[in-house]
Design a protein around this ligand. Structure first.
Ligand code: TRP
Length: 72
């Protein structure tokens, strides 16, 4: 099912990690910002509204492309 792909998992490794959604379309801008505290987990998808996700702070990020640590 197409709406079940492209989940990403973000686990914060410090307080105050920001997960920022950027809009799809000709205009690429922030539309949502979520703050995670240490060990909080967010599971998010790319949607018709969200084409890019920016993560600020130390976190573990899992996607279909693998796992990465934003502080390394
Ligand atoms: N309402 C937004 C959307 O459907 C919510 C969202 C989806 C989001 N993916 C995100 C917000 C990733 C932040 C990061 O597009």
């Amino acid at each position: 099912m197409s709406d079940q792909k492209d989940y990403i998992v973000i686990k914060a490794k410090q307080d105050g990690v920001n997960v920022i959604g950027l809009t799809r379309g000709t205009d690429t801008r922030f539309h949502h910002s979520e703050k995670l505290d240490k060990n909080e987990v967010m599971i998010a998808q790319f949607t018709e509204h969200t084409s890019a996700i920016k993560i600020r702070g130390k976190a573990v990020i899992q996607t279909a492309h693998g796992e990465m640590h934003s502080d390394e």
